[in-house]
Design a protein. Structure first.
Length: 328
């Protein structure tokens, strides 16, 4: 009997193991399970599976009953592997237990595969990350690097997307990864609606820094919130670092330092990302000509916007609009 019974929905299998972090399982079901077309049609079918059906111990004080076994992996178009606190994924030799290895072998070629937090150890032990850029929780980065030297580990980012394989750094960044999947598949408007219902930020770029411990600002420390809010209201203008610094009554040097501390990127990198996101919104939700979208997003010319969108999305503005233009 088929595991996925809705042929019009993208099939997603979440592979869980003893020691499961419950929040990570809930993230996938909440984000992907809530995603819907503008007309309200669910876009994903999400099922939970295990090496063997039955009760799975969680890292909390309860178990979950899992109905599906590894047959779900053979039918899925996307497989997500959350973290586990049980040492059954990759021991100190970086190897998989036979049952888990056999289950992963059922995944069809071309299937998109993602991990949350230390679920990346499973993907790496299966050889799925060799030669690819990946991340994991910063506390486990040194162990990961020693076990899997063929993986291009980037321990300072929220998530990575390399071909058909994605990894995220921790539990909360699993939200960012799942929203990124929705955004990639169905556009910014659908992802933003999911984020709004879930009451989470609609977008944190994958390159944003992980929240690795750093000195906590004192109660009177300044932030860049006013500058960022003002910039979002004036994206159509040719904004400069001096403009942003003036909003905080500080120097450009201080603003740049605070921006990096708070967002993980420079002010100009942040500003470009906001322009790209605004352009995506306009391409999806409006009938404005391409040159007017470029002006409204602050790129100045259609050629400039085309260059930036292609760098971030890999497609032209017109191709993006054709793919993601909102319908009823």
């Amino acid at each position: 009997m088929a595991v996925f019974t809705h042929p019009d929905r993208h099939p997603v299998a979440v592979l869980v193991r003893d020691g499961l972090m419950p929040m990570e399982l809930g993230i996938v079901h909440q984000i992907l399970g809530r995603a819907a077309s503008p007309g309200g049609r669910p876009l994903y079918s999400v099922v939970t599976c295990a090496v063997a059906p039955g009760d799975i111990r969680t890292h909390a004080d309860f178990t979950i009953g899992v109905e599906h076994g590894p047959e779900a992996l053979a039918e899925a178009s996307t497989v997500v592997v959350p973290a586990s606190h049980a040492p059954d994924a990759a021991d100190e030799r970086g190897r998989l237990e036979p049952g888990l290895a056999d289950a992963l072998a059922r995944i069809r070629p071309g299937t998109r595969i993602a991990s949350i937090c230390t679920g990346a150890f499973v993907l790496a032990a299966a050889g799925l990350l060799d030669g690819r850029r990946a991340t994991t929780h910063w506390k486990s980065a040194d162990l990961f690097a020693s076990l899997f030297p063929d993986v291009r580990l980037d321990p300072g980012v929220l998530y990575t997307h390399d071909g058909d394989v994605l990894t995220s750094a921790g539990e909360a960044s699993g939200i960012d990864l799942c929203l990124h999947i929705v955004r990639t598949d169905h556009g910014a408007a659908v992802a933003n609606e999911v984020a709004r219902h879930t009451v989470v930020p609609p977008h944190r770029d994958g390159g944003q820094a992980q929240f690795i411990p750093r000195p906590v600002p004192g109660p009177h420390a300044s932030s860049t919130a006013r500058a960022r809010a003002w910039a979002l209201d004036h994206l159509d203008r040719p904004l400069t670092l001096s403009d942003l610094a003036a909003r905080e009554s500080t120097s450009v040097r201080t603003l740049t330092r605070r921006f990096r501390e708070e967002t993980g990127v420079s002010p100009l990198q942040w500003l470009t990302r906001q322009r790209v996101e605004h352009a995506r919104h306009l391409l999806e939700q409006s009938d404005l000509p391409i040159d007017q979208v470029a002006a409204a997003a602050g790129f100045g010319t259609a050629a400039s916007m085309r260059q930036h969108l292609h760098a971030v999305l890999g497609v032209s503005p017109s191709a993006y609009r054709t793919t993601f233009r909102a319908t009823g």
